[in-house]
Design a protein around this ligand. Structure first.
Ligand SMILES: Nc1ncnc2c1ncn2[C@@H]1O[C@H](COP(=O)(O)OP(=O)(O)O)[C@@H](O)[C@H]1O
Ligand SMILES: [Mg+2]
Length: 1002
């Protein structure tokens, strides 16, 4: 804040300006509150002014205003202003009450009744009648607690909506807005009207015509109908106490206490009923937050229950009848009332045991406690128990109220919460996970559970915070002193848990210790460890956070981000707080320079954190962070293409190919600036995955762009593509240098995904290239040792070709174990491609093991996945292998069909693929006796295979040739081809293949 005297910027919320020493007023802090607004206007007042002399009119209006103001004030409303004949009042300012909506509704009903009484006079004296239209609406407003100068008491759409409801009400009618109706709940009697258009609401909403108000008994407003979840411990404890009292014949006061909604009333009523069944004489009463009658009204209700039964001590009873029992006052005096009550109770106690239950004692005033104290001290030889039921904050107000022994009522445990939530919701109608979430959020408070379940909308999700819960908590927060509240607000910015040090950083003040102690005592926060605290519930944190003005939230987030940035705070935490700060400021109006700066920095931090996560293969986190960064920047921002390019890559890696593709296309369109060449190069490189035909050219062209920029990541990717193209041509020896180069760039740029891809390609080269299998196997182990530690992806992609190599040596068990380990790594990483990738390798191993049926199934799955992912390269490989497998199983038509699929997707110059595919098709033709075309195709296959340096490829084609020739009856030629195949397999150390070839003309 700024010092009003010297205008110095003062850090935190100090009480004195550090520059000039001026005492700083507790800032007339703006807060956001849920309040209920009442508008009341006279109907047909023009007619009135025509009929009455101005003097009489003025007198009538003054009587009307006074009457309305009295009703409003009596229920706790603040009259903000009179406009013409209209009155506007707010419930919730300056002080919130948890029942503001109820108070407003009651006030409205009383206003109407009061006007009727006034009308009797007016009719008699002036021959006129007044009638009013009343509108009541609840909603969020901003207020600084009091009206001053030209500042309104409250501001917000909720006010306009209340005025509108008033205009729509007929003469003598009260209209309630939907939120008010929900809050007053079953206590109100009325009918729906509308839907009506209200400002601040997107759609017309139902409103309600309020006819009357029912009793405020919690059994009406709450769900006492839901089966009771057993509370064995407190019930047993109460039984024990009562037994003791009965056996000792003494008088004792027990205070059952806990937070609002935890179930005190329900429990006390249940237990009292059971005590009544045991023959105990029970009287119950309830204190009210406000209302008519004397301070002892609650006690009076209880005593009335007791004395209706017998006729004890008539003299004392007469005293009570004249005061306490009449109107709840201690008439003729407190002392005499005390005496009379004692006498009555003593005489009752001679023949029975007495239990008085006094609920909501937190609302009681001094005289109640004095009276109870007197009873406990002076009552003789009477077995009487007084069960006071109160919120725990009673002890804040009356720390030394001693005569009571305290029985705390804790929240429900998780199992009981789940039980209750399933009672409340029709379990079958909602899914278990949702109910679990509700139970978790309510944290064992049955009322919160009830309200959250009631909020399950049509779409089944509880949105936001139930108004009743918010009202209860907000009223508690409102009663905190300024400093304690400010400290609590600071804590909400840190999180559910916070350390003293963090709190100091957000608040900018020295020692939060004392305030934290107070907040702990009042059950807002709990100690976690020596120096850390946590909110007693997440709902408290939410309510306090929502109660701050957005400007203040923005300031606190920004300050905390600054502190985090100076210390160890990572980009993610700093970025998150800056993002919040930005969003709050942006909500307040057109962004100023500062807001724009915040946005830029938040985006940079989040994108930085996302890029780091991407490098670490933490894909889902990367995707979230980068998306937030991109969204903050917006597509028009020059930095957008770069961040969005990364979002796209991550989305693709996670399997959301369509989104990634679209985004990359948009990035390419928008990456038009000078600085964007690099971004564009990356985008087109990535897009080429979907169109492998052009990828080599794109990579070639991108390399110089990346070199100029010194972009290692780009170079790693481009060289990988170039190497992959050489692999496609079957020139594996050539790829060695390219992949080495790519690996160097990947390591330098710390790019984990790329490193893994390159190492996978290296292993694939070892499998398909000229190295003899034993050498290739040991080199794969070398790659794993050098790069596999702590890198799941690397281990997985190297192990796949390694498994096939092992299988070529007949080491099937090892091969399968290696694949299983790879599969586990992929699963841990939640890598979407693994589903398409793994089965291809498993199929290769299983075919080597002779299990062609298993291979077929695996490859069908791989094809389906590759297709779903839109990965052309994977689809070509999988369908090629599937064609070969089907051929081995004698399914000629299937082999032909899948070979066709593979050929269609194959890039132009990819002899590794086409050699095998032509060989497959040639064999199909041979089986059908089409000798000429079979031979023609086979020659083509042999030529293409001969151009590769892959013994495996050459051997496979030669073996196919041997089989085709045998089918055509050319046994001699076939034998020669088989010998050639055997030699190639032998050169590779491919024992299984050598066996196939030697078995000859199969
Ligand atoms: N043990 C319980 N089993 C089932 N419902 C409960 C239980 N305790 C409380 N509730 C429900 O929770 C709501 C709040 O209980 P209530 O007794 O009014 O709380 P408190 O008096 O502590 O504010 C009520 O609707 C009540 O029915
Ligand atoms: Mg209660």
């Amino acid at each position: 804040m700024r010092c009003p005297s010297c205008l110095a910027e003062t850090p935190g919320l100090p009480r004195f300006c550090p520059s000039c020493g001026t005492r700083l007023a507790a800032p007339a802090a703006e807060v956001r509150k849920i309040v209920t607004v009442v508008f009341c206007d006279l109907a047909e007042s023009t007619a009135l002014s025509e009929r009455l002399d101005p003097e009489s009119l003025r007198a009538v209006l003054i009587r009307y205003f006074t009457l309305m103001r009295d009703q409003l004030a009596w229920h706790g409303g603040t009259v903000e202003k009179f406009i013409g004949d209209a009155v506007m009042a707010v419930f919730g300012v300056p002080e919130l009450h948890e029942d503001d909506a109820l108070r407003a509704a009651r006030a409205a009903v009383d206003m109407r009744a009061a006007l009727e009484r006034l009308n009797d006079d007016l009719e008699r004296d002036l021959g006129i009648r007044l009638s009013a239209r009343i509108g009541v609406n609840t909603g969020e407003v901003v207020t600084s607690g009091h009206a001053h100068g030209d500042q309104a008491l409250v501001a917000g759409e909720a006010v306009n909506a209340a005025a509108r409801l008033q205009q729509l009400a007929g003469p003598g009618e009260i209209l309630l807005g939907p939120e008010t109706w929900r809050l007053v709940g079953p206590s109100a009697v009325g009918v729906a009207v509308g839907p009506l258009e209200l400002r601040g609401k997107r759609r017309p909403v139902l409103s309600w015509r309020l006819d009357s108000m029912r009793s405020d008994d919690p059994a009406v407003s709450r769900r006492f109908d839901v089966p009771f979840v057993d509370r064995r411990e407190p019930l047993d404890e109460l039984d024990r106490t009562l037994d003791e009292i009965i056996s000792r014949r003494d008088c004792r006061i027990v205070t059952l206490h806990g937070e609002a909604g935890v179930g005190k009333t329900r429990l006390a009523r249940l237990w009292a009923e059971r005590a009544g069944q045991r023959g105990v004489l029970v009287g119950s009463g309830r204190c009210r937050p406000y209302g008519a009658g004397g301070t002892l009204l609650g006690v009076a209700d209880a005593v009335r229950d007791l004395v209706t039964v017998g006729t004890p001590d008539p003299e004392a009873l007469a005293v009570l009848r004249d005061g306490l029992l009449k109107d709840g006052t201690p008439n003729p005096s407190q002392q005499e009332t005390s005496w009379a009550l004692r006498s009555v109770l003593e005489s009752l106690g001679r023949s029975t045991y007495v239990l008085i239950v006094l609920d909501d004692v937190q609302w009681a005033d001094g005289p109640v406690f004095d009276m109870l104290g007197d009873l406990a001290e002076e009552l003789r030889d009477t077995a009487m128990m007084v069960l006071c039921v109160a919120r725990s904050d009673l002890f804040d107000r009356l720390p030394d109220w001693q005569p009571a022994s305290r029985l705390p009522l804790p929240r429900l445990g998780p199992a009981d919460s789940r039980l209750l939530v399933s009672e409340l919701a029709e379990v079958t109608a909602h899914d278990g996970a949702l109910l679990e979430r509700i139970a978790e959020r309510a944290e064992g408070n049955p009322l919160h559970l009830e309200q959250l379940v009631a909020m399950l909308g049509d779409d089944g999700e509880p949105h936001g915070l139930p108004l009743t819960v918010r009202a209860l908590i907000a009223a508690r927060v409102d009663r905190l002193g300024h400093d304690a509240r400010a400290m609590l607000e600071c804590a909400t910015v840190v999180g559910r848990e916070f350390s003293v040090e963090e709190l100091r950083a957000v608040s900018g003040t020295g020692e939060p210790g004392e305030l934290l102690e107070e907040l702990g005592r009042k059950s807002f926060v709990e100690h976690r460890t020596e120096a850390t605290f946590r909110f007693a519930s997440g709902l408290i944190q939410e309510v306090v956070y929502n109660g701050m003005a957005k400007r203040r939230r923005a300031e606190l987030h920004e300050r905390f981000a600054g502190w985090l940035a100076e210390g160890e705070g990572g980009d993610e935490a700093v970025g998150t707080h800056l993002e919040r700060a930005y969003r709050h400021r942006a909500d307040l109006g057109p962004p100023d320079d500062h807001t724009v700066r915040l946005r830029g920095e938040a985006a940079a931090r989040l994108s930085g954190a996302g890029t780091l996560a991407l490098r670490r293969s933490d894909l889902s986190r990367a995707e979230k962070l980068l998306s937030r960064g991109a969204e903050l920047l917006g597509p028009a921002h020059p930095g957008w293409p770069q961040v969005s390019g990364r979002v796209a890559e991550t989305a693709i890696a996670l399997g959301d190919v369509e989104r990634g593709r679209l985004l990359l296309t948009e990035v390419l369109e928008r990456a038009t600036g000078d600085a964007d060449a690099l971004v564009a190069a990356h985008a087109s490189l990535y897009l080429s995955h979907f169109d492998p035909a052009g990828s080599f050219e794109i990579a070639r062209r991108a390399i110089p762009v990346f070199e100029v920029a010194g972009d290692d990541l780009g170079l790693a990717r481009a060289w990988t593509l170039v190497a992959q193209e050489a692999q496609g041509r079957g020139r594996f020896a050539e790829t060695r240098g390219m992949l080495q180069r790519a690996l160097g760039h990947a390591v330098r740029s710390d790019a984990e995904l790329e490193r893994a891809t390159i190492l996978g390609n290296m292993a694939a080269s070892l499998w398909l290239g000229p190295e003899p299998a034993p050498v290739a196997i040991s080199q794969c182990h070398g790659l794993l040792a050098a790069h596999g530690r702590d890198r799941g992806t690397v281990r997985a992609v190297v192990r796949c070709p390694l498994a096939v190599l092992l299988a070529t040596r007949g080491r099937f068990d090892e091969a399968r174990a290696t694949l299983a380990a790879a599969g586990q790594s992929f699963a841990d990483l939640r890598h979407a491609y693994a589903d398409a990738f793994m089965p291809i390798f498993s199929a290769a191993v299983e075919s080597l093991a002779g299990r062609w049926d298993v291979a077929e199934e695996l490859l069908l799955r791989a094809c389906a996945r590759a297709e779903a992912l839109g990965d052309a390269q994977l689809l070509v490989t999988a369908s090629r292998d599937l064609a070969g497998t089907l051929l081995r199983r004698g399914d000629l038509a299937g082999a032909e069909r899948w070979a066709g699929v593979a050929l269609e997707g194959s890039p132009g110059d990819a002899p590794m693929n086409t050699a095998e595919l032509h060989a497959i098709r040639a064999e199909v033709l041979a089986a059908r006796g089409a000798e000429d075309s079979s031979r023609e195709l086979m020659d083509l296959a042999l030529r293409e295979a001969g151009g590769t340096d892959s013994p495996a490829c050459r051997a496979t084609v030669l073996l196919g040739n041997a089989r085709s020739l045998a089918l055509l009856g050319a046994y001699e030629e076939s034998g020669a081809a088989a010998r050639g195949a055997a030699a190639e397999f032998a050169a590779k150390g491919h024992l299984v293949g050598k066996g196939w070839a030697s078995a000859g003309r199969r």
